[in-house]
Design a protein around this ligand. Structure first.
Ligand SMILES: [Zn+2]
Length: 416
């Protein structure tokens, strides 16, 4: 009974405009929205440097917050509370079937001034290979779900994010032709991968710091994200970041003017990927090494026309197209490192393969036992395999596992 009266109170509060009351009570020192930009999908149909040549026209230290896959109480609710406590606005890419399940939460998102966006009806992880007709169905059904919750076309932005970021040209063309702006992302926080809230916050902040500006993707259905989000905002505030709210351009709110170069995707802030190295001495500057290839880390087939990197058991994964990968576009390894090469005579040659061999293994514990009297004599006669160097004890303890034996180097040392 108590529960229902609380619900009734909340509903009544919402109806009489608790949202605006909360906005008016914005605490002093709250992060706040530094500016709202209106964008036109016709001019910029695809944004997000992870996959596209353009991203939102943000200035340094500006971040756009986006939440995918909701709404889902109590996590979305908690995130909305956090957003309200810092007076910041975000964009919610909602899944149609979640919208059907929690329409009241969709109405809260909208009434609190956040941007309502489309993330497909059922969130299939097949957007990169489905037919355009199927994609269209997913997109239109999600739109219908949002419309049924909000009852107003104008409440729904023409922003769409492909589930799992699994893009394909035909679907993007359909979206552009139907006045949608397809949103990718500038940085992820891996919050769908069962990492804890501390790690989510750390990754979000580190990646924002590495690029300096951009679109952050979080998932409002994840408990760790709901817990991490206050810390993310706190850190952003401490580090001097500003939150930008993005809305579609309309007749009432014309598109925000921005220099074309601000739309160009930036892959990294030059000096933030790796710490700068110190030039020790520049007698012979070494040639610059290229960044290691993804194959060096066991990532197969990277760089083929389109490769899906499995990022999640259940949620987002990303499709990185050839030439657009943030890895392949990273700057080369820091080139500042240089050092003098010592005179040749003091350099030892690298050990050859024959210096290292797996010999017949011995149990070390038996060694001391073997040195004693009759046992040693008895064991000495048992085996003779020639390995193990020049042990004078002559014992051969029993084998129990592998042991790496360093063989006597040939032709390298003074005693040879
Ligand atoms: Zn998603």
């Amino acid at each position: 009974m108590r529960k229902s009266s609380v619900a009734a109170f909340l509903l009544a509060s919402m109806m009489i405009g608790l949202g605006s009351a909360a906005a008016a009570e914005c605490p002093q020192g709250a992060l706040g929205v530094s500016r709202t930009i209106a964008v036109d999908p016709a001019d910029h149909p695809r944004v997000g440097s992870m996959q596209y040549p353009e991203s939102l026209p943000l200035r340094d230290h500006e971040v756009v917050l986006t939440f995918d896959d909701g709404p889902l109480p109590p996590y979305t609710t908690r995130i909305l509370d956090t957003l309200a406590s810092e007076c910041v606005k975000a964009t919610f890419f909602m899944v149609g079937r979640m919208v059907r399940g929690y329409p009241a939460l969709v109405r809260r998102i909208y009434s609190e001034g956040h941007t309502v966006a489309n993330h497909s009806q059922t969130h299939p992880f097949t957007f990169h290979k489905m037919t355009v007709e199927h994609a269209q169905q997913e997109i239109e059904q999600a739109h219908a779900s949002l419309l049924s919750a909000l009852g107003d076309e104008k409440a729904i932005s023409p922003f769409f994010r492909v589930p799992g970021l699994l893009r394909q040209d035909s679907v993007e063309q359909w979206l552009a032709a139907h006045h949608y702006m397809t949103w990718s992302v500038d940085f992820l926080a891996d919050d769908w991968t069962h990492i804890n809230n501390k790690e989510v916050a750390k990754r979000a902040i580190n990646r924002i710091e590495a690029r300096g500006r951009g679109i952050l993707l979080l998932h409002d259905i994840q408990p760790a994200t709901a817990l991490a989000f206050p810390e993310i905002l706190r850190e952003l505030k401490v580090r001097g970041y500003k939150i930008v709210h993005v809305v579609p351009a309309t007749a009432d709110q014309p598109k925000t003017a921005a220099e074309p170069e601000l739309w160009a995707a930036r892959h990294s802030r030059e000096d933030k990927i790796w710490p700068r190295t110190v030039v020790m001495s520049v007698e012979n500057a070494l040639p610059v090494l290229a960044a290691p290839a993804p194959q060096s880390f066991g990532i197969e087939n990277f760089g083929r026309p389109s490769i899906r990197i499995a990022l999640a058991q259940t949620f987002e994964s990303q499709l990185i197209s050839d030439g657009q990968s943030p890895l392949t576009s990273m700057p080369p390894w820091p080139q500042q490192l240089a050092y003098s090469i010592p005179a040749e005579e003091v350099v030892l040659p690298a050990p050859a393969a024959y210096n290292f061999r797996y010999s017949r293994p011995y149990h070390l514990g038996d060694k001391s036992k073997g040195k004693k009297g009759a046992t040693a004599t008895a064991n000495a006669g048992k085996t003779k395999d020639g390995t193990g160097g020049t042990s004078s004890s002559g014992s051969r303890p029993r084998a129990v596992g592998h042991q790496l034996t360093v063989m006597r180097p040939i032709g390298l040392w003074p005693w040879r």
